[in-house]
Design a binder for this molecule. Structure first.
Ligand SMILES: [Zn+2]
Length: 264
C-alpha cells in the first residue's frame, strides 16, 4: 500500500498538471481573440455568413449637425447606411442599428452589433462645426484611451467622460485595435480615392460609440454638413451614391483580405 505522503505527492502533481494545462488552453484562446484572428473563421470565400452592422448616426430628436440650408446629419447618415446596405446585401448579412428616423441610445448601437455577433461595425456620421470653413473626410478607430462620448462636433464642448459605461465593455474594443485600424485605412483609402474632398486623415480617437463593439469597428465622418458647399453635395443623391460605393468597396476589401488570411 502506498504511503499517504506519496498519494499526496501524486495528487499535487496531478493538480499542477491540470492547472498548467488549463492556462495553456486559455492562453491559446486568449491569444487568438486578442489578435482578432478568429472572428472571421468559418466564413465562406464569397463572404456568406458575415454580418456587417451599419450605424446611421443620430436620429429622432437628435438631428446631429444641421447645415445652413437645414439639411440634417441624421437624414444623411440614414440615406448613406441604406445605400451601403443595398450594395453589400448580395454578399453579406447587413443590419442597420436604426432603420428609420428615431433615436436609439449610444450604448445600444454597439450592443446591437454584439447581440447579432456581427463581424464588423461601421458608424456613419458627417462632420459638424461652428466654423463654416471646416470641411473634409475623417475615419476613426478606437484609440485605447478612456472612452469619451464625442458629439458630431469633435473636440467641442459636447465631449464628456463616460462614468456610466462599463469599464469591462470599454476594454472589448482593445482586442481589435489592429483590425479596426486596418479597416479604417481600407475604407478611408477608398473614400479618398473616389471623392474630391479635403483629407482630414485616418486617426485614433476615444470615440464612445465604438468602444464597446466586440468586433473591428470604425466611425466615418464624411463631409461637413455645416459647410455650405459640402451641405449642397451631401444633399445630392448621386454624391451619396459615390460615398456609399467607396464605403462598400473599403469594407469588401477588408473582408476579402481577412478571409484570404484565414484560408492561406
Ligand atoms: Zn454625428
Amino acid at each position: 500500500m502506498r504511503s499517504p505522503y506519496i498519494l499526496r505527492l501524486q495528487l499535487t502533481r496531478l493538480m499542477v498538471s491540470f492547472v498548467l494545462y488549463f492556462f495553456l488552453i486559455a492562453s491559446f484562446t486568449l491569444t487568438d481573440v486578442c489578435a482578432g484572428s478568429i472572428y472571421l473563421q468559418g466564413q465562406k470565400e464569397g463572404g456568406e455568413g458575415i454580418t456587417i452592422v451599419l450605424d446611421p448616426g443620430h436620429g429622432g430628436y437628435d438631428s446631429g449637425a444641421v447645415g445652413p440650408g437645414g439639411l440634417k446629419e441624421k437624414d444623411i447618415t440614414l440615406s448613406l447606411a441604406r445605400a451601403v446596405k443595398k450594395r453589400l446585401s448580395d454578399h453579406y448579412n447587413v443590419l442597420l442599428t436604426r432603420t428609420d428616423d428615431y433615436w436609439i441610445d449610444v450604448e445600444e448601437r454597439a450592443a446591437t452589433a454584439n447581440r447579432h455577433n456581427a463581424n464588423l461595425f461601421i458608424s456613419i456620421h458627417t462632420g459638424g462645426s461652428f466654423r463654416h470653413k471646416a470641411s473634409g473626410l475623417a475615419t476613426f478607430y478606437w484609440s485605447g484611451e478612456k472612452a469619451k462620448r464625442v458629439s458630431h462636433i469633435l473636440g467641442a464642448a459636447e465631449e464628456w467622460d463616460t462614468e456610466t459605461g462599463s469599464a469591462e465593455w470599454e476594454r472589448i474594443q482593445e482586442r481589435y485595435l489592429s483590425k479596426s485600424r486596418t479597416l479604417a485605412v481600407r475604407v478611408h483609402k477608398e473614400l479618398i480615392g473616389c471623392l474630391n474632398i479635403n483629407d482630414r486623415g485616418c486617426k485614433a480617437a476615444p470615440i464612445y460609440v465604438i468602444a464597446s463593439a466586440d468586433m473591428p469597428a470604425i466611425l466615418v465622418e464624411v463631409g461637413y454638413v455645416t459647410n455650405p458647399a459640402e451641405e449642397k453635395q451631401l444633399g445630392n443623391q448621386l454624391f451619396l451614391g459615390i460615398i456609399a460605393e467607396g464605403l462598400s468597396k473599403g469594407i469588401t476589401a477588408f473582408v476579402q483580405e481577412e478571409i484570404k488570411k484565414i484560408r492561406d
